[in-house]
Design a protein around this ligand. Structure first.
Ligand code: CA
Length: 223
């Protein structure tokens, strides 16, 4: 999953990026509101982490513009301002959650997971289709209770496909969801990850179906 981090405190941004990347997310970092607004109009993200006090365009304005264009992207506000009023304003403008600085990285990670789950239409930490189960906290997949050995890339592909079970996901969308800007990845590489993932899912009864020239989708294997 790809996250846009908007934070003008470079030291904090670096720590957050490190922690989020360790958890397996692709992170794009911008340090002002105008850059955030631009990135949000150009790229596809699974979550926005938004500081309120930002140069060029403040966090409220970024959020206001975002919500005019996109009603569903989950937004987590980070704020140094503890006034209850600001919290209410942020939530009223369409933020999904709010963290007051300073916060622990563990708390941030837990909230990010919860928001991404909700964004995927499921508040439960476990996503299950037939014999296949995906634990969104551990980011691990199992078939009939047996853990699957998946690479980071295969896990990422599975996660994106699961979030849209039964619906088509193009290769370009996979690249956008899995990699941050400036990260070179070929569409051939995506094909390889999908091929390996399909083999590993064989016993689960879940199939990664290819629609030639269009993309992939997960559905039940017909035997
Ligand atoms: Ca700030």
């Amino acid at each position: 999953m790809r996250i846009l981090l908007t934070e003008d405190d470079a030291a904090l941004a670096e720590a957050l990026q490190f922690a989020l990347k360790q958890s397996g997310y692709a992170v794009d970092w911008v340090n002002n509101g105008a850059a955030a607004d631009e990135a949000l109009t150009q790229d596809v993200f699974g979550l926005l982490i938004l500081d309120l006090g930002l140069p060029k365009l403040d966090g409220f304005e970024v959020l206001r513009r975002l919500r005019k264009r996109n009603a569903t992207l989950p937004v987590l506000i980070l704020s140094g301002r503890e006034q209850a009023e600001e919290k209410v304003t942020g939530l009223d403008l369409g933020a999904d959650d709010y963290l007051v600085k300073p916060f622990s990285l563990e708390e941030l990670q837990a909230r990010v997971r919860a928001l991404l789950r909700r964004g995927q239409g499921s508040a439960a930490p476990q996503i299950t289709y037939g014999e296949l189960s995906f634990d969104t906290v551990q980011r691990s997949a199992s078939v009939a209770g047996k853990l699957l050995a998946l690479s980071t890339q295969e896990t990422g592909v599975l996660e994106v496909l699961l979030s849209r079970f039964g619906r088509l996901v193009s290769k370009e969308q996979l690249v956008e969801q899995l990699y941050s800007a400036g990260h070179e990845v070929s569409l051939n590489a995506i094909e390889v990850y999908v091929h390996r993932l399909r083999k590993k899912l064989e016993a689960s009864g879940i199939n990664v179906r290819t629609q030639y020239g269009r993309g992939y989708l997960l559905d039940y294997l017909v035997r």
